[in-house]
Design a protein around this ligand. Structure first.
Ligand code: F6P
Length: 358
């Protein structure tokens, strides 16, 4: 008997279910012995507190196209994983106990950065772990692609597309705030796809004067409107110079809901133009996966299933040079795949006339 535990952790995204289904199909179709699947509820919490259900074929039917996660998810921050919970439970020990009590052969975890750090920790503690690269941010180190990303790019692009007509009718400056606190792959790609005039990313601190220059340049060229794609984590050159402590202090008394509103306020004061902010927010993680993500997540699932059957553990499935690869968890954990300000995509965007406010 092969016993496989499954959980999804951190922010959800499109194609998590497609990836779980891929694992299930690959294992069931190719295993030489009976297989049992244990689905842990709401991420690592399910493993810590022993909340699970046995998953059967029926659970995996019709979920290729379904958004969210059939297992539920939650955030279980890595930085407090070694801190006992309010009842004094040692979370890491509790996860190990659940794993051994159920006599699991391995654990499959679909998650992003923090969740992969915890997976690596469990692997170091002796559990057999395989992870699936999930996040709309596409910021997991060791893979060129994560599932969820392409679907989120589509949604954020549609948000920018929708703004175009109204921005043009009213001759307004529009800011569309796109998810990405630390890393800007999503705003970068949606910004280019949606024809944004200015894209502000966490990796490229902006100068508000340059942003205003771009707007005025468009005015002079006869364009009535400007669209600015702003990452949630966009940061000004001045703020980027602050120490972490100073920046935290600034945020304590911050009068705006997010950086987009601060930028809007500055532009309004500096240009006298009407500025509006649109925040598509969690719609970017919502709904079903697009075709790309369905294919990619299914391939991820099949590769993870293959590793399980070969009893190769301690890996994340990744994508490199058009091939699916296995990446040691210890290489992935704790690293971020950020946008390089000198990357060719940034240079090409600049050649197209897009301003990054730098
Ligand atoms: O999961 C990634 C992400 O969607 C980020 O893009 C975003 O900044 C964050 O999660 C939002 O987190 P939450 O869902 O906890 O508000």
């Amino acid at each position: 008997m092969l016993r496989i535990g499954m959980l999804t952790s951190g922010g959800d995204c499109q194609a998590l279910n497609a990836a779980l289904r891929g694992v299930y199909k690959c294992v069931v179709n190719n295993a030489k012995e009976p297989v049992e699947f244990y689905g842990f509820e709401d991420g690592y919490k399910g493993l810590i507190y022993g909340k699970f259900r046995i998953l059967t074929g029926a659970d995996f039917k019709g979920i290729l196209t379904r958004g969210g996660t059939i297992l539920g998810t939650s955030r279980c921050p890595f930085k407090t994983i070694r801190v006992p919970d309010e009842d004094g439970i040692d979370k890491v020990e509790a996860m190990k106990q659940t794993y051994y009590k159920l006599q699991l052969d391995c654990l499959v975890m679909g998650g992003g950065n923090g969740s992969t750090k915890t997976a690596n920790l469990l692997s170091e503690e002796g559990l057999n772990v395989v992870t699936l690269p999930k996040t709309i941010d596409n910021d997991l180190w060791g893979t060129e692609m994560t599932f969820g990303f392409q679907s989120a790019v589509d949604i954020a692009t549609t948000a920018i597309d929708q703004i175009h007509t109204t921005a043009s009718s009213h001759g307004r400056v529009f800011i569309v705030e796109i998810m990405g606190h630390k890393v800007g792959w999503l705003p970068l790609n949606a910004g280019i796809a949606g024809g944004a005039d200015v894209i502000l990313l966490p990796e490229i601190p902006y100068d508000i004067n340059k942003v205003v220059e771009a707007i005025e340049g468009r005015d002079k060229g006869g364009s009535r409107f400007t669209i600015i794609a702003v990452a949630e984590g966009a940061i000004s050159k001045e703020d980027a110079k602050l120490s972490k402590k100073e920046y935290r202090k600034k945020l304590e008394n911050y009068p705006y809901p997010s950086v987009s509103y601060e930028i809007a306020d500055q532009i309004q004061k500096m240009t006298g133009r009407e500025v509006r902010v649109t925040v598509p927010g969690h719609t970017q993680r919502g709904g079903g996966p697009n075709a790309y993500d369905r294919v990619f997540a299914s391939r991820v699932g099949a590769e993870a299933g293959k590793l399980i059957l070969r009893k190769e553990f301690g890996y994340m499935i990744g994508y490199k040079d058009r091939e699916m690869v296995k990446v040691p968890l210890k290489e992935v954990a704790g690293k971020l795949k950020t946008v390089d300000p000198n990357a060719s995509i940034i240079k090409e965007a600049k050649l197209l006339g897009i301003s990054f406010g730098d």
